[in-house]
Design a protein around this ligand. Structure first.
Ligand code: NAD
Ligand code: DAU
Length: 355
């Protein structure tokens, strides 16, 4: 039995791989194109595990995906590979459509061919799990109820639209061809190994360096924060116990305004790494993100009722752990900043290929 994970070298993917290697006996075939966002240094101890098989591959490469399915004969696929940064999607949307929609289409076609040729017991057990986002539901008014699984799609950014497109393909493959799919919509993750283009790691590293902390617009936008380890646990639970064809929302029960998140980070840093003046003095309001969604909030009642999941980490404890992690891992931070992590393939495989 092998689990196939796409986008395995990303922020959430590496967390899933680290958990699977640490907490199960199952081999993991991990597939990633190693875009700027993919960082094999984030596999941590899982990088060395003989059960972890890393494949440097693009999900849009159909021949390669067919070969990977044939070789590993996975019992299931956790599909996380995507372009994920909203700001980048505003500047360069084509890559988002290409990977998130066309890439997902490629995987669905390959998975479907593989699945329908499986022998009976394995065919019934196979799952295609698509990892999606709460952003497909669009922006909530301040007092509106949180997103449910049945909330209508209303994506606003090119990123969200491309994820919505991929969701619709997955749902169509389930309805039309009977592919046993599972889908999750999760809120904003944070935690160790987060690429510093996203709010929380960007603010931590800028604050440590004494650089401005750029808050978009009026800073009153609300996100629902979930510690990444809790997201990975939810994904594994849905994979093992979710009902094929169903969708599950995953959230942190931690709605916070951006300005409050940044102020909280500053207070934690004032305590853990005092700089002589409050870090909050660095807060700078900057021009808003175009089309910026005002509020996200997730109702994860279905996942709680049906599968017994709840986040283990509170936002306060998770944020503190995250700040501590960034302060304790200057090597990882330096490799990300210098782009040094991108030499990993040469380092890791150069000598092997020569043998
Ligand atoms: P990330 O940007 O950190 O990682 C994405 C990974 O996908 C990278 O390793 C990248 O190299 C890889 N990738 C990109 N294009 C590829 C391609 N064509 N072929 C193969 N690999 C490719 O993103 P993340 O935060 O880890 O998010 C993972 C998934 O979870 C995404 O599908 C995202 O939409 C979803 N999600 C993330 C969050 C969050 O807050 N991080 C919340 C909800 C849902
Ligand atoms: O909701 C889930 C989504 O969360 C995931 O699907 C996305 O992949 C992930 O990137 C994240 O999207 P956001 O756009 O919410 O995350 P980001 O960290 O980019 O921004 C969080 C909030 O902080 C958002 O309201 C914009 C604001 N922000 C962000 C940056 C980078 C700032 O005010 N300043 C910044 O410099």
């Amino acid at each position: 039995m092998t689990l196939l994970v796409t986008g395995s070298a990303g922020f959430v993917g590496t967390c899933v791989v680290r958990q699977l290697i640490a907490e199960t006996d199952e081999p993991v075939a991990s597939v990633d194109a190693l875009t700027y966002a993919g960082n094999p240094l984030s596999f941590g101890p899982a990088a060395q595990s003989p059960r972890h098989h890393f494949e440097h591959a693009d999900i849009r490469d159909e021949a390669r995906m067919r070969a990977i399915f044939k070789h590993y004969q996975p019992r299931a696929i956790l599909h996380l590979a995507a372009e994920t940064h909203v700001d980048r999607s505003i500047h360069a949307p084509a890559e988002f459509v290409s990977t998130n929609i066309v890439g997902t289409l490629t995987l669905l076609q390959v998975a479907q061919d593989y699945w329908r040729n499986l022998p009976e017991p394995r065919r019934n057990a196979f799952r295609f799990q698509h990892i999606s986002t709460d952003e497909v539901f669009g922006s909530l008014a301040p007092e509106a109820p949180a997103f449910e699984e049945t909330t209508a799609y209303a994506p606003t950014s090119p990123y969200a639209a491309s994820k919505a497109g991929s969701d619709h393909l997955v749902l169509a493959w389930q309805r039309t061809y009977g592919l046993p799919t599972l889908m999750t919509h999760c809120s904003n993750n944070y935690g160790p190994y987060h690429f510093p283009e996203k709010l929380i790691p960007l603010m931590i590293l800028n604050a440590v360096d004494g650089k401005p902390l750029p808050v978009y617009g009026d800073g009153q936008h609300v996100r629902d924060w979930l510690f990444v380890e809790d997201h990975a646990r939810a994904l594994r639970l849905v994979l093992e116990h979710g009902t094929p064809g169903e969708t599950y929302n995953v959230g942190g029960a931690a709605e916070r305004r951006n300005i409050d998140v940044v102020n909280m980070l500053c207070s934690v840093l004032d305590e853990l790494q005092p700089s002589g003046a409050p870090h909050a003095r660095l807060i700078t309001y900057v021009k808003d993100r175009p089309g910026h969604d005002r509020r996200y909030a997730i109702n994860f009642g279905k996942l709680e009722r049906e599968l017994g999941w709840r986040p283990r980490e509170s936002f306060e404890t998770g944020l503190r752990k995250t700040v501590r992690w960034y302060l304790a891992n200057p090597g990882w931070v330096a490799s990300v900043r210098s782009g040094g992590y991108r030499n990993w393939l040469d380092k890791n495989y150069g000598s092997r290929e020569a043998e």
